[in-house]
Design a protein around this ligand. Structure first.
Ligand code: PA5
Length: 477
């Protein structure tokens, strides 16, 4: 069934304005239309590669179908969410990386910014925490503010072997058992359908409610499957709207011409800029609600594109370093560098046409013109003016930037943004001819951790670590 009316959907369309990437606005620092056109064939090939491989589990492209193939799962999630809201005071996600950044991002984007501080009557769900680290202080402090017996823990791990998540699970398992709680009453797993340790654990505990992280969906592309949908539903977020927004953006990106396909144009602009040495991609939302979409995007872009070998097995060292920045806050911290530092960045602005409220600025301090001029405006006007002014200042200084315009922030527009970034990443990976969906570079650190903690099978790795030369004391000052 269609989501809302066509007119409403079209009024909520996220659009791309890339004028500030062109020579019309940047002079010789910008792309000419001819330069951009020289990428048309490459872009069309990337589009075709993604189209042809849509939904292929073996290539980890299952995420492309998530907006369309989850009707039953969504209903199940909504039922579970209802029960969680009725029965628990706290909802805690245990997960890391792709199993945490999506839930954090959606929570921050679509819930009250001080959600946990609101009284229960003003919250749509239980208090919400996402634990994506193994800092012992953080775990201690979490346990100071929740009662495990009154908490639903959503353990999200595709492998069930991630040390961080499983450490957290062992701690809460112990607490639940000590509190005399039946583990399966307070725990929900989101994991692989067949493989992985959580499946075994679930069987041992008598069948823990489990959602499937589909085979062909990698962690960083998983926000639109139960990884992100269950926490979002518990928070009362319109998950059908998220998926409808993703489908809408998918439809908007059905063209092989980058001039008509916003995700393909974003990918092309970034690739063309990277070829000119723009090795840093700044994601700068002008919205506190969108602060954590920058974190989510950073993982997506960094883990997907940072690779040292092409699909043909040729060595390469590609990728662009994503940086998160928050407008206006980071105008007072990073924008000096962006405006006058090296010409090595592309700034993506996420700009809202309409905020959740306007917040009028009262008149006052009339004898102080520096302050008085603000009175009578609104905070919405101010943040929008600062966004426009920063884009102007960067452009004037010859710095590449483009804007994704969001009519207003809601589940439908957030779904569009997520899908746009996922497609953009897949297109960019195809243009770079790399495996966008693996992450071999994070393995070495994991193995070294296992060796340091004495995991069976890692004795050789331990020997390797022990054979490092002794630290030179003169290098420690
Ligand atoms: O994007 C990814 O694949 C990673 O960030 C994983 O999500 C992360 O390492 C957690 O893995 P798992 O879900 O197996 O616990």
């Amino acid at each position: 069934m269609a989501y809302k009316t066509r007119d409403w959907r079209n009024s909520m369309r996220v659009t791309l304005d890339y004028n500030n990437m062109t020579d019309t606005f940047l002079g010789e620092k910008g792309f000419s239309q001819k330069q951009l056109n020289s990428y048309s064939a490459k872009a069309a090939n990337a589009f075709r590669y993604v189209q042809e491989n849509r939904g292929k589990d073996e290539l980890y492209m299952g995420w492309t179908e998530l907006p369309y193939n989850q009707t039953e799962i969504v209903e199940d999630i909504l039922q579970t969410a209802k029960k969680v809201r009725a029965n628990f005071q706290y909802f805690v996600v245990l997960g890391i990386g792709g199993s945490a950044l999506g839930p954090i991002m959606a929570f921050n984007a679509l819930c009250h910014l001080h959600y946990n501080d609101l009284p229960r009557s003003k919250r749509k769900g239980p208090k919400f925490y996402v634990e994506d680290n193994v800092d012992p202080v953080r775990m201690r402090d979490l346990l100071d503010v929740i009662d495990p017996a009154k908490t639903c823990f959503n353990v999200i791990s595709k492998s069930g072997a991630t040390s961080e998540t499983m450490t957290q699970y062992l701690i809460i398992l112990d607490l639940l058992k000590k509190a005399g709680v039946n583990v399966k009453d307070n725990v929900i797993f989101t994991t692989d359908a067949n493989k992985g340790n959580l499946k075994k654990i679930s069987d041992e505990e008598g069948g823990i409610k489990s959602y499937v992280l589909p085979d062909g969906v990698g962690g960083r592309f998983s926000q639109l499957c139960p990884v992100g949908l269950l926490p979002a539903a518990v928070l009362g977020i319109d998950i059908k709207g998220l998926l409808a927004g993703a489908a809408y953006m998918d439809h908007a990106c059905r063209f092989p011409s980058m001039r008509k396909n916003p995700a393909l144009m974003c990918a092309t602009l970034q690739i063309a800029a990277m070829e000119q040495g723009k090795n840093v991609g700044v994601m700068m939302p002008y919205s506190d609600n969108l602060k954590f979409i920058a974190d989510w995007y950073c993982q997506l872009w960094a883990e997907s594109l940072g690779k040292n070998v092409t699909l043909d097995g040729k060595p390469c060292n590609v990728g662009q370093t994503p940086v998160k920045s928050l407008g206006v806050t980071d105008q007072h911290s990073q924008v000096q560098l962006y405006t006058e530092g090296p010409y090595d960045k592309v700034v993506t602005f996420l700009s809202l046409k309409k905020y959740g409220c306007e917040m009028p600025i009262p008149h006052g301090c009339e004898s102080i013109p520096d302050v008085a001029f603000l009175g009578g405006h609104t905070m919405e006007e101010l943040i929008q003016a600062e966004n426009a002014a920063t884009a102007y200042a960067l452009t004037k200084a010859g710095r590449m930037n483009y804007t994704l315009w969001i009519p207003e922030l809601n589940a439908f527009t957030l779904g569009q943004l997520l899908f746009l970034f996922e497609l953009q990443t897949a297109y960019a990976g195809a243009m770079l001819n790399i495996d966008t969906f693996n992450q071999p570079g994070v393995e070495e650190g994991k193995k070294a951790t296992f060796a340091l903690l004495g995991k069976a099978g890692y004795a050789e790795k331990k020997k390797e670590l022990d054979s490092l030369p002794a630290k030179d004391e003169s290098c420690i000052i």
